[in-house]
Design a protein around this ligand. Structure first.
Ligand SMILES: NC(=O)c1ccc[n+]([C@@H]2O[C@H](COP(=O)([O-])OP(=O)(O)OC[C@H]3O[C@@H](n4cnc5c(N)ncnc54)[C@H](OP(=O)(O)O)[C@@H]3O)[C@@H](O)[C@H]2O)c1
Length: 296
């Protein structure tokens, strides 16, 4: 059960900073951890403060931290196994943070780290996406997908995304060359010879995605890699990954945001007190962009 409670202000360890939280992003991992669904990957114990997306201001520094100063406005994705960001304060390792984009407020900045890093790493670190290649993004309207469409376009790829009718226009505006309404059409009938599929759905969508890739293509998933044998048969590289907190990628995202190339898509802003409502909406699986909890 998720509820509000008074909790002592955390004390930063030597390699941590204390961040006064202005806003916290909401991600599916939050409710999955609450529901005990990711114990093997993220060993956590309860009670636990959920939320692993922060934008805020540094208020205290651990004595080994040299790369920030008090008052710095930072954003990042803290360690998922520790107390998170649905809070007024969070202690975060300094090497998991970057200076937040200057052109956007804390609400928008809190919508970036987890989903943005996941999109970046899925496309570029694991997907090896290059200019001129064809990529299919499964769920281009969600938290991760909305960044993936923009980043793939920026890279110079030909971008195809699945979305339902309500989000088609938005996903086109984000840069998709083609949007396939997954409720009305079969993407495997429309896409051929793709270099990369970024799978943010899993299950049957992952299985059918094998059909759209060319031999030697890559199927990169944020969920479980379920069809390894079938992928091998078709000479497709199928790989699941867990996004990591790399500050240099947050810095690159901040630059793209400040240049107006990437924009966070905000579905809804709720006060911290409504965290349970935010999680219910995330769990329903039909958010367009990101939900953010406003703390200050
Ligand atoms: N491994 C990792 O490190 C990592 C990191 C981040 C996220 N994830 C996982 O990746 C998944 C995606 O995360 P997210 O934050 O992007 O989720 P999200 O924001 O909750 O995604 C919601 C979006 O998915 C769309 N959607 C639902 N079913 C679809 C389908 N069959 N085809 C196409 N679009 C569909 C919805 O559109 P409609 O409303 O139109 O249906 C909605 O816009 C989650 O399972 C999450 O837990 C893993």
């Amino acid at each position: 059960m998720l509820h509000l409670e008074d909790f002592p202000k955390p004390t930063p360890a030597a390699d941590e900073v204390l961040v006064k939280v202005y806003a916290s992003g909401v991600n599916p991992i939050d409710w999955k951890i609450r529901a005990g669904l990711r114990k093997e990957k993220f060993p956590t114990s309860f009670p636990l403060i959920l939320g692993w997306d922060v934008s805020g201001v540094i208020e205290e520094m651990g004595n080994a931290v040299t790369n920030f100063k008090n008052g710095d406005e930072v954003y990042g994705r803290p360690d998922v196994t520790k107390n998170g960001t649905y809070a007024e304060y969070v202690a975060v390792k300094a090497n998991q943070l970057a200076i937040k984009p200057k052109s956007i407020d804390h609400i928008k900045a809190a919508a970036v780290p987890l989903a943005g890093l996941t999109a970046w790493q899925g496309l570029f670190d694991h997907g090896k996406l290059e200019k001129g290649q064809k990529v299919l993004i499964q769920a281009g309207s969600g938290g991760v997908g909305s960044y993936a469409v923009q980043l793939a376009k920026w890279k110079g790829a030909y971008v195809i995304a699945t979305a339902s009718e309500k989000s088609t226009e938005l996903v086109k505006q984000l840069g998709a060359d083609e949007v396939i309404d997954y409720k009305k059409e079969k993407f495997e009938d429309k896409v051929k010879e793709a270099d990369l599929v970024l799978d943010l759905i899993g299950g049957d969508t992952q299985k059918r995605s094998l059909q759209v890739l060319k031999s030697g293509g890559r199927l990169i998933t944020t969920l479980k890699a379920e069809y390894t044998d079938k992928a091998k048969e078709r000479n497709i590289h199928l790989e699941a990954y867990t996004a990591q907190s790399y500050p240099e990628q947050l810095e690159k995202m901040a630059t793209l945001i400040d240049k107006g190339i990437v924009k966070p898509v905000i579905a809804e802003v709720l006060p911290l007190e409504k965290a349970a409502e935010a999680q219910k909406k995330s769990e329903d699986g039909h958010i367009v962009g990101k939900i953010v909890l406003q703390v200050v």
